[in-house]
Design a protein around this ligand. Structure first.
Ligand SMILES: *Cc1c(COP(=O)(O)O)cnc(C)c1O
Length: 240
């Protein structure tokens, strides 16, 4: 039996790989320094298994309950994958997220730091986290949909993470607002990242770039790109 979905995912993956290789070359960087995080939200565990069979090891999810179910299903297989939580984080989901995530990209407020720290200590683990930075301060002030701490408060939130016993600060994440120039947004993110790294040398991760703008993100130092649509196709509409 031929698996047409596997063939489709393989074709998408080789296209994304080619873009990563070309984007790294254009930025004078090495492909080996960039992690591809396949954002599998709304797609079934079977698709995660298919991409894993093609060599992808890092998967990103937005919704805690969906992610936990998928992670549990993958844990039944022999395939070893790492889960990234990239969605808006609610305090009451901290335990669920600390249960499956290797890296949380979306820490954007003090109460979430405390909740994750508690959850990670209870499971006797250390959880790697990124501070999500708003690249549009006007929108951050109005509590816009993309989340993120205002750039002016990133250092303070990073210090909160650094003080937490069961969390490890690994870097920053950011997304340009729709309709804004991604170069300006990623340049700002890089500035924030470099400032944080001077206080926290282990915080070298820059999570930036998605299907539409990964080449631009690579020019501004992205170490982790989060790619959904270009790998899986257009997402079916689901409600959570
Ligand atoms: C869905 C999502 C992505 C992937 O976006 P695509 O445009 O589908 O590649 C990346 N990051 C976050 C935070 C997301 O929610």
């Amino acid at each position: 039996m031929t698996d047409t979905r596997l063939a489709e995912l393989a074709a998408n993956l080789s296209h994304v790989e080619a873009r990563l290789v070309a984007g790294c070359a254009a930025a004078g960087r090495s492909r080996a320094d960039v992690t591809l995080v396949a954002v599998s939200k709304t797609w079934p565990a079977a698709d995660v298994l298919r991409l894993a069979s093609l060599g992808v090891r890092d998967f990103g999810e937005n919704y805690a309950a969906e992610a936990a179910t998928k992670a549990a299903s993958l844990a039944q297989s022999d395939v070893d994958v790492s889960w990234h939580f990239v969605g808006h984080l609610q305090r009451n989901k901290a335990r669920v997220v600390a249960g499956f995530a290797a890296l949380v990209h979306s820490v954007d407020r003090t109460e979430v730091v405390a909740a994750l720290d508690n959850a990670a200590s209870r499971s006797e683990r250390v959880l790697d986290v990124l501070v999500q930075v708003s690249l549009d301060d006007a929108r951050a002030a109005s509590g816009g949909p993309r989340g993120g701490v205002p750039t002016t408060e990133a250092a303070r939130l990073a210090a909160d993470v650094a003080r937490a016993h069961a969390l490890r600060l690994r870097g920053v994440m950011g997304m340009p607002s729709a309709g804004r120039d991604p170069s300006a947004a990623f340049a700002l993110l890089r500035e924030v990242a470099l400032a944080l790294q001077s206080d926290h040398p282990e915080a070298g991760i820059v999570s930036a770039g998605m299907s539409g703008d990964l080449e631009t993100a690579l020019r501004f130092g992205a170490t982790h790109v989060r790619v959904g649509t270009a790998l899986f196709g257009f997402r079916p509409r689901v409600s959570h």
